[in-house]
Design a protein around this ligand. Structure first.
Ligand SMILES: N[C@@H](CCC(=O)N[C@@H](CS)C(=O)NCC(=O)O)C(=O)O
Length: 290
């Protein structure tokens, strides 16, 4: 046994990133499952491990490690198995740019997109008192520095929450960035699969589970389509992503996501009837050989 324990939830993008890393390295781990839509993350014992009351957290050899990107890097450095951090400093710099983009921009955007398109409906099932307890238990500084108030708005107002449009556009922009990065090779930072691919997989999979794969399929983003097909063929994908997501939540993501998708297309100015290839991104390829 590796002595590593992971505190996680089935649909959490950040937790899935760590599960994917563990599986790709071939590491066995002990599971501590928290239902973050029922409020398990607010248990005071868990908050002692992760003061932002978010998943994932790993423990290993008596150490506690938070922040999914940091967990993935730690796992790659500490354990044997295929190297997921490229040895070449330039490729490593490219990989870090993806991780930074995820942590600073894409993840907060994904949290908002997921709440307005699905999680708000799941949380509403807690009833008025349950919902209030859930919302007020969120620490002020959590997924984002003002997450408590933002989560309340997202649950109450859905896609009408001011500022959500910007997040939908930002999410879509990262799909364009992926399409650009995949122009010349199979994986995001070159010919080797790396933590950059691991970091982006949960975010593409989230849209897929929300019935929003039209954002890249049907010729809109062909290289991203091929990349995701190659990811789905990896033996680690289904067990680490699909099998951990509870059946009811998988169904909710699919159904509520499909209902919200037309609103997203409106915001993006796309129409599923006339699919135009999306423009390429230009930031994530900024680190390159000149
Ligand atoms: N930057 C953190 C973000 C963690 C995070 O946002 N986790 C979400 C699930 S993906 C969570 O636990 N949310 C709980 C909540 O919204 O109350 C990381 O990468 O670990």
């Amino acid at each position: 046994m590796s002595g590593l324990a992971l505190y996680h939830h089935g649909s959490s993008v950040c937790a899935a990133k760590v599960r994917f890393t563990l599986a790709e390295k071939g590491i066995e781990w002990e599971s501590h499952y928290l239902d973050i839509l029922a409020g398990d993350q607010f248990d005071p014992e868990y908050v002692k491990l992760n003061p932002k009351a978010v998943v994932p957290t790993i423990t290993h050899n008596g150490n506690v490690i938070v922040e999914s990107t940091i967990c993935c890097e730690y796992i790659d450095q500490v354990f044997d198995g295929p190297k997921l951090i490229p040895a070449d400093p330039l490729k490593q710099a490219k990989m870090k740019l993806w991780n930074k983009a995820v942590d600073e921009h894409l993840h907060p955007a994904c949290a908002e997109v997921t709440f307005v398109s699905c999680h708000r409906y799941v949380i509403m099932k807690l009833g008025e008192a349950g919902m209030e307890e859930f919302l007020s238990s969120t620490p002020k500084q959590s997924v984002t520095p003002a997450w408590q108030e933002r989560k309340r708005q997202l649950v109450m107002l859905g896609t009408k929450t001011p500022g959500v449009e910007v997040k939908i556009k930002l999410y879509d922009k990262y799909l364009s960035e992926m399409e650009a990065a995949l122009q010349d090779h199979d994986w995001l930072v070159g010919d080797e699969f790396s933590l950059a691919d691991i970091a982006m997989t949960p975010y593409v999979n989230r849209l897929d589970m929300l019935s929003m794969s039209g954002l890249w399929e049907n010729g809109r983003r062909p290289r991203l389509t091929d990349w995701f097909n190659r990811i789905k063929e990896r033996p680690t994908f289904k067990p680490m992503f699909l099998d951990w997501c509870p059946e009811q939540l998988t169904a909710d993501l699919k159904e509520f996501g499909a209902q919200t998708y037309p609103e997203f297309l409106d915001v993006l100015g796309y129409s599923d009837k006339h699919i135009e290839p999306a423009p390429l991104g230009e930031y994530m390829t900024a680190i390159r050989s000149s």
